[in-house]
Design a protein around this ligand. Structure first.
Ligand code: C2E
Ligand code: MG
Ligand code: MG
Ligand code: MG
Length: 280
C-alpha cells in the first residue's frame, strides 16, 4: 500500500504488479454487481458448415459493458471471476440466457439448431455444472445434444481429474464436449485418451496465413486426422481471409469460424443477417 502511495506521489516508482492488482481489484468489485445491474449480454458467432456454407450452429460469447469500467474483454474478466469464485454465478447466467435464447429461436423457427457455450473448467472445482445444466435444459426444453460445452485445453490441464469426471458426467446427460484453442496448451497428448471429445477446435494461431505456410498446413492436417481417429469433428477458428477458406475447403474439417464470415453479433444483428435459410 505504502509503495503505491509513494509511487503515485513522487512519480518515480512504477510497479506493474501493483498496477495490475489495482485493475484486478476494480474488476472484482464491479463484477460482483454485474449480473444484478444487467451489464452482461450474449453475442453469437456463426459456425459455417464446410462445403455447403450453411449456418445452423453458433458460439455463445459473453460481453460485459460495465457502468464504471466500460467494455471489458472476457479474456480479462473471466480469469478474475475464476480466481475469486464468481465464475459459478456467471456460468449459470450464461447457460440460462443461452438456453432461453435457443428456446425463443425454436419458437420462431430460427436457423440455429445448436449452440456452443464456453465453460471454464475452474468451475468444476466449485460446483456441479451437470446438475445445473440438466435442470436448465429441462426448464427451457432444450435437448442436451444440441449444446456443446467448450473447454480450453489449457484449463483442462490445470484440473485434469476434475475435468475428466465432470465432462463424462455431462456427456452421459447428452451434452457434447469441444476442446477449445486446441494446440496452444503445453500438454502431453496423454489426456486425449481420457477425455470424451466431440469436437476439436483448432486455435486460430495455426490458421493465420495457412495458405502461405507449409508448417501450419502440416500441423492442421495432422490435427484433423487425429480428430477423425478420435471420432471427433473439427472446427477451425479464426478464419479471416478468402485464401484461408480456399485452402481449408478440402482439408476435411467440419466447421469454419472467423471474421471472414462474421464477427460475434448481438441477437438482432445475427437475425437480420442470417434470416431464413442460413446461407452465407
Ligand atoms: P474462445 O472461446 O476461443 O472464443 C473465440 C474468440 O476469438 C472470441 O473472442 C472471438 O470474438 C474471437 N474471434 C472469432 N473469430 C475471430 C477471427 O477471425 N479473428 C480473431 N482475431 N479473433 C476471432 P472473445 O469473445 O473476446 O472471447 C475471448 C475468450 O474469452 C474466449 O475464447 C473464451 O475462452 C472466453 N469466453 C468468452 N465468453 C465466455 C463465457 O461465457 N464463459 C467463459 N468461461 N469464457 C468465455
Ligand atoms: Mg470458445
Ligand atoms: Mg477458441
Ligand atoms: Mg480463445
Amino acid at each position: 500500500h505504502f509503495a503505491k502511495e509513494k509511487g503515485r506521489n513522487n512519480g518515480q516508482v512504477y510497479d506493474p504488479a501493483i498496477h495490475y492488482n489495482e485493475r484486478e481489484h476494480q474488476i472484482l468489485l464491479e463484477l460482483k454487481q454485474a449480473i444484478k445491474r444487467e451489464e452482461f449480454t450474449l453475442y453469437f458467432q456463426p459456425l459455417v458448415t464446410e462445403g455447403t456454407f450453411e449456418v445452423n450452429k453458433a458460439e455463445t460469447l459473453l460481453r460485459w459493458n460495465s457502468e464504471q469500467l466500460g467494455h471489458v474483454s472476457p479474456a480479462e474478466f473471466i480469469p478474475v471471476a475464476e480466481k475469486y469464485g464468481l465464475i459459478v454465478d456467471i456460468t449459470e447466467w450464461v447457460i440460462c440466457s443461452a438456453f432461453q435464447q435457443l428456446n425463443e429461436w425454436d419458437k420462431a423457427h430460427y436457423i440455429i439448431q445448436s449452440l456452443s457455450i464456453n465453460i471454464s473448467s475452474v468451475h468444476f472445482q466449485y460446483g456441479d455444472v451437470s446438475h445445473m445444466m440438466e435442470k436448465l435444459a429441462t426448464q427451457f426444453d432444450i435437448d442436451p445434444t444440441r449444446i456443446e460445452i467448450e473447454i480450453t485445453e489449457t484449463s483442462v490441464m490445470k484440473n485434469i481429474d476434475e475435468a475428466v469426471q465432470a465432462l463424462h458426467k455431462l456427456r452421459a446427460l447428452g451434452f457434447r464436449v469441444a476442446l477449445d484453442d486446441f494446440g496452444t496448451g503445453l500438454s502431453s497428448l496423454n489426456y486425449l485418451q481420457q477425455l470424451p471429445i466431440d469436437n476439436l477446435k483448432i486455435d486460430r494461431s495455426f490458421v493465420q496465413h495457412i495458405d502461405q505456410d507449409n508448417k501450419k498446413q502440416v500441423i492442421v492436417e495432422t490435427i484433423i486426422r487425429l480428430a477423425q481417429h478420435l471420432g471427433a469433428e473439427v472446427t477451425v477458428e479464426g478464419v479471416e481471409t478468402k485464401q484461408e477458406v480456399d485452402f481449408l475447403q478440402a482439408s476435411g474439417c467440419n466447421y469454419l469460424q472467423g471474421y471472414y464470415f462474421s464477427k460475434p453479433l448481438p441477437v438482432k444483428e445475427l437475425m437480420d443477417r442470417y434470416q431464413a435459410k442460413g446461407l452465407v
